[in-house]
Design a protein around this ligand. Sequence first.
Ligand SMILES: [Zn+2]
Length: 303
Amino acid sequence: MNEKAALSLDLGGTNVRVVAVTESGKILSRQHSPTGSTSAGEIYDEIARLAERCKEEAGVFEFAAFGAAIPTTTIGDNGELAHLPNIPQLEGTDISRELGLRTGLKIVAVNDASAATLGEHWLGASKGALNAVGITLGTGVGGGLIVDRRLYVGTGGGAGEIGHIRLVPGGRPCGCGGKGCLEQYCSATAIVRSAGEIGLAAGTARDVFDLAASGNAAATAIFSEMGSYLGLGLSIVNNLFSPDIIVLGGGVASGWEQFFPATEAALYENSLPDRRSRVKIVRALLGDDAGVLGAAKYTFQQL
Ligand SMILES: [Zn+2]
């Protein structure tokens, strides 16, 4: 094979996934295992094992580097990780050193939502756009920015934290230490919380969606409120960055029909007049592969 290939990691709170990807975006092999609540050393050992298995399955002799999509707001210049609420045992560890020692590869770490945004821009819903924004609506809310066709990561690698736009002064407390963040109104966790506050029996956001889809007025109102908050957040992003396209991914995006009419209305109402109708809002196309593909693309760009 003449094409370069890289390994790519998606380090999630639930699963660790490693894939081998070519420079044109073909996934050659995939491996995954549960993240577990083991020590940092054991997690890094497991990632190295998955990488080794991926290497065997892909039949690739040599990889150019190892990309890593990490759920953190800050990645130090040398790969030190800070603030990982979902995998706290890795806080303060140096992923470049730990995985570099175990695999012999150069490690390129990037925020997971930034990676997903770049993945969608490379091969998915915002392919070819000049300026794009990606938003992941999951357990939390992540975001990423494509500016002039390049991923913009900002100083410290944490740009695009759309989930922590303060929408409601003095509102719901957030894991970041602030109050009223968008994430507290638009994530799966927030939907379940809203349901609990009005005594609706729902263990997951999917349960609330099913209730709404079957005509339950209280559940419908929860999605409509969530959609309005999201639209207000998107209007801030739209006014600030004037993107061509905003891509919505993550599990909550599958509730689109319940929340999107309110999102569109709030986006229109709060955007500057010249860009009310210009920005396109679309659903992500790559699902769980967006992060690993984006981390791989970012890695190829750093070589
Ligand atoms: Zn926050």
